[in-house]
Design a protein around this ligand. Structure first.
Ligand SMILES: [Fe+2]
Ligand SMILES: [Fe+2]
Length: 190
C-alpha cells in the first residue's frame, strides 16, 4: 500500500489528534532515517502506522488480541497501555498489507523498546517521543541529543520512562529494562 493510501485509510480510523501525531512521527522518522542512513520509506510508514490501534478502546483491543492470537506474557496482561503496539503491528499487516518484518517490528516494540533494537526500531521509538507536538519537560534536551547520537537519545528516553514508572509505582516491562541495559552498554560500558 502506498503512503497516500495509508494516510487515507488511517485518517478514517484515527482521531484528529492521533492522525496529526502520526503525520509528525512519520516526518521526524523520515528525517532521522535520512540523517542516520535508514530507509526513509520504511521509517515513514512505520511512523504513520505505529499508533494505528491506539484509539481502540480496551475491550476492543482485548478482542483483537484474541482474534490475532497475540500471546501476552504475564506482565503484559497487566499493562493495557502496552497492547496497542502489538495489535497495531497486526493491523498494519492485515489491514494495511505491510509485509516488511522490520516495519512491523518497529511498530510492535515502540512502547517497550527491546533488547536488541535495530536502527529503524530506535528511529520510531525516538520520533514518537520528540515529534513537534510533544512538549513534556526535557523534550528539548532529547531533541538536541538526537542531533548527535541516536543511541544516547534513546537511552535518555528509556531512563526518563523508567524513572517515571518508578515514581508512579507502575510495572516496568522486562523488555524496557533490557533495552535500557543494552543501550547503556552501547553508550557507556563499551
Ligand atoms: Fe504508541
Ligand atoms: Fe505515538
Amino acid at each position: 500500500m502506498n503512503i497516500e493510501l495509508i494516510k487515507k485509510r488511517l485518517i478514517k480510523i484515527s482521531s484528529k489528534e492521533r492522525f496529526n501525531h502520526a503525520l509528525n512521527v512519520a516526518q521526524v522518522a523520515k528525517d532521522l532515517a535520512i540523517k542516520y542512513g535508514e530507509d526513509k520509506y520504511k521509517a515513514e510508514i512505520a511512523g504513520l502506522l505505529h499508533d494505528c490501534a491506539k484509539d481502540l478502546p480496551e475491550d476492543v483491543l482485548r478482542e483483537k488480541i484474541k482474534e490475532f492470537q497475540i500471546e501476552l506474557d504475564n506482565m503484559m496482561k497487566k499493562i493495557p497501555k502496552l497492547w496497542h503496539p502489538l495489535v497495531g503491528a497486526e493491523i498494519a499487516k492485515q489491514e494495511f498489507k505491510i509485509t516488511d518484518a522490520s516495519i512491523l517490528r518497529a511498530i510492535r516494540i515502540h512502547s517497550t523498546g527491546a533488547a536488541q533494537m535495530s536502527l529503524l526500531d530506535k528511529i520510531i521509538f525516538l520520533s514518537d517521543k520528540i515529534e513537534p507536538l510533544r512538549d513534556n519537560q526535557g523534550v528539548e534536551e532529547v531533541r538536541a541529543i538526537a542531533e548527535n547520537s541516536i543511541d544516547k537519545a534513546v537511552l535518555k528516553l528509556l531512563d526518563r520512562g523508567i524513572q517515571y514508572l518508578i515514581k508512579k509505582g507502575l510495572l516496568i516491562h522486562p523488555l524496557t529494562l533490557e533495552a535500557r541495559n543494552n543501550m547503556l552498554m552501547r553508550v557507556v560500558f563499551k
